[in-house]
Design a protein around this ligand. Structure first.
Ligand code: GDP
Length: 374
């Protein structure tokens, strides 16, 4: 009988209900469970009841586990969230990609609004990865939600390693790594969850009819994602699963736009032609645009009906964080990505802005991913 949970890869224990890997002794010793896929109590609850059970694992633990796993693999399959590309970056993973052969998988293509050809997305990602010093063997554009592109991953692995290979699947939390593994092996094993940090230990799975072994690794929790600065409920509302919203603005000097209550943008600089730009985020993230005076009043009232997320609790917690105010200038055809939260795409620039945000959140300026409509 397997001594490890097939959902998260952790070794079973029957001593402490509140620790990771718990399975009652009776279930562990039950002869009729021999050869069956067994889940620890935590994975069972996540799978069957959608419960959230926080993990007791530090970033260091995650890193150690991943380093150990990749030692003897030839190929890395790195999963990124296509609509939170920079939020999927983690120094640890980027370093591995600079060294090992890799196929980069861009997941959640179903969430991209409008008509955008997969090859355009792949070209854009290639360019962005190039800027990070990464040249993958190939890029696969997929949606594990509707199985689009999944067989393409298999074909690409086979193309580069026709005689079989051990592949480590890497990705930060919530990019859809477990969903992709489940699609690749054809049935549900790895615990998929809308909550981050579900996979705890690396676990191996052989692809049917192929000499390919997939090794699922725990998801690293990256630095700089706004979605990781808030509670689980706010996190669920920030990370889109269905559709994302787009709002287009044409704003003059001193107009203020709030993305939830996490980012405040003030337009600065008096252009003859007002800049035009669009903001993209989960449809559960509220936007609010106003003037400078009203913005100040509203900020003092901390109204979560206008500034959501964060919820009231997170709002109080965030007050303890260091808040920074920074000026940026973005040109036409460029975007400002707020990791794990939203992105802003400039249709008519230059857009000069002053951004107020928690220092722990990261902002990246990049070449446009989607050109906004007017
Ligand atoms: P992991 O933490 O990287 O293993 O991610 P999971 O596989 O557990 O997925 C995280 C969340 O993203 C879950 O809510 C999934 O339903 C969702 N998700 C995964 N793949 C896709 C996809 O292709 N499209 C959409 N829209 N959501 C997805």
């Amino acid at each position: 009988m397997s001594k490890k949970c097939v959902g998260c890869g952790i070794e079973f224990q029957s001593k402490d209900k509140n620790k990771n890997g718990y399975l009652p002794k009776s279930a562990l010793e039950n002869k009729s469970n021999k050869g069956k896929d067994l889940y620890c109590q935590r994975c069972f609850k996540i799978k069957n009841y959608g419960e959230y059970i926080p993990v007791e694992m530090t970033r260091e633990d995650y890193k150690k586990e991943v380093q150990e796993t990749i030692k003897d693999v030839k190929l890395v399959l790195a999963v990124f969230d296509v609509i939170d590309f920079e939020g999927s970056f983690d120094d640890e993973i980027l370093d591995i990609l600079r060294e090992k052969d890799s196929i980069v998988v861009l997941n959640k293509i179903d969430l991209i609004p409008g008509e955008k050809h997969p090859s355009e997305v792949a070209d854009w990602a290639k360019y962005r990865l190039g800027e990070e010093g990464i040249a993958p063997l190939d890029i696969a554009i997929v949606s594990s939600k509707n199985t689009y592109g999944i067989s393409g991953i298999y074909k690409k692995i086979n193309h580069f390693y026709p005689r079989g290979v051990k592949v480590a699947v890497l990705g930060v939390t919530n990019v859809g790594k477990s969903s992709i593994i489940n699609r690749l092996i054809g049935h549900k094993i790895a615990t998929e969850s809308k909550y981050p940090g579900t996979t705890l230990k690396s676990s191996r799975n052989k692809l049917r009819n192929a000499e390919i072994t997939l090794i699922d690794t725990p998801g690293l929790i990256p630095k700089g994602r706004f979605s990781d600065l808030v509670c689980e409920q706010c996190n669920l509302d920030i990370v889109p699963t269905n559709e994302i919203s787009r709002k287009t603005y044409k704003e003059g000097n001193d107009r203020v736009i709030f993305i939830g209550g996490l980012v405040k943008i003030r337009i600065i600089g008096d252009n003859e032609l007002k800049p035009i730009f669009s903001v993209y985020a989960s449809k559960n993230v509220s936007y609010h645009d106003t003037n400078l005076e009203k913005a100040k009043e509203l900020m003092e009232s901390s109204r979560s009906d206008i500034f959501y997320p964060p919820c009231e609790n997170c709002f109080e917690e965030l007050k303890k964080e260091k808040i920074v105010v920074e000026e940026f200038e973005i040109e036409t055809g460029e975007e400002m990505a707020f990791k794990g939260l939203a992105w802003l795409s400039v249709k008519r620039g230059p857009l000069k802005l002053e951004v107020t945000y928690p220092e722990k959140g990261d902002i990246v300026i990049r070449k446009a991913f989607i050109k906004p409509k007017r």
